[in-house]
Ligand binder design. Structure first.
Ligand code: DX5
Ligand code: ZN
Length: 223
């Protein structure tokens, strides 16, 4: 299944409820929530309180992307705030096995993210325990950066491994995604598309999401 996940980081922060409703009306079926600690990445965003308050305003799936040095210290507050899925980075300080076990115990979907310098194979030992792999297509920390096409080899390698092992794992791409590269990323095997500036920055939000779905339809990935 194809998911279009606008990244709230690119929204107008003075109008958040309206912004969420705008992308939901426009056809998004997931909301990507970027949490940054000013340490793992050189930027700050928002925390669990915002997610908790937005939870009352929409039924979109909440996909929380933790760009934190110590995600294990904070996951519980994000689960409590209403996260449907929590993504943390393989490059974080947390013990991956222990944190995945904790998320399993909490019945929260988990995902692992790979920054551009981390190879595909690093996530292979965990593929049967997660619902999604996030392949970063920019260095994390900022919206509006240029898509790195060289990450598609990584997407292909992870998709091939998922298929080889008969698993049902989504592949998400995040960073510089928009019209023009949706075909490339879906052809490589991604089926969850995060898009910040290309969706929130669009005047005709509905038309952009519709066109993204059309571009993806040429290369449908079926789990
Ligand atoms: C980058 C974040 C992204 C970012 C995407 O660190 O993880 O989710 O907001 O923004 P765009 O689509 O503008 O690159
Ligand atoms: Zn993100």
């Amino acid at each position: 299944m194809l998911y279009i996940a606008p990244s709230l980081f690119a929204a107008d922060f003075s109008q958040l409820t309206n912004e969420v409703k705008r992308v939901q009306r426009a056809g998004a079926n997931m909301l990507h929530l970027d949490v940054m600690d000013g340490h793992f990445v050189p930027n700050l965003s928002f925390g669990p309180q915002l997610i908790k308050d937005l939870r009352k305003r929409t039924n979109l799936l909440f996909d929380v992307h933790l760009m934190l040095t110590d995600p294990d210290k904070y996951v519980d507050s994000f689960i409590k705030a209403g996260a449907d899925s929590i993504t943390f980075h393989l490059e974080s300080n947390s013990n991956v096995d222990a944190l995945l076990s904790h998320l399993e115990e909490c019945n929260c979907k988990s995902a692992l993210s790979l920054s551009p310098d981390t190879p595909a194979e690093a996530v292979f030992p965990y593929l049967d325990r997660i619902s999604m792999v996030l392949v970063m297509t920019v260095y994390p920390g900022f919206g509006g950066q240029k898509f790195m096409p060289q990450m598609m080899d990584k997407v292909r390698a992870i998709r091939a491994e998922i298929i080889k092992r008969g698993l049902d794992v989504n592949i998400q791409v995040d960073g510089g995604i928009g019209l023009g590269n949706v075909g490339i990323v879906t052809e490589a095997g991604a089926n969850v598309l995060v898009a910040g500036s290309s969706i929130f920055g669009a005047k005709k939000t509905g038309a952009v999401i519709k066109q993204m779905r059309e571009e993806a339809a040429a290369n449908p990935y079926r789990a």
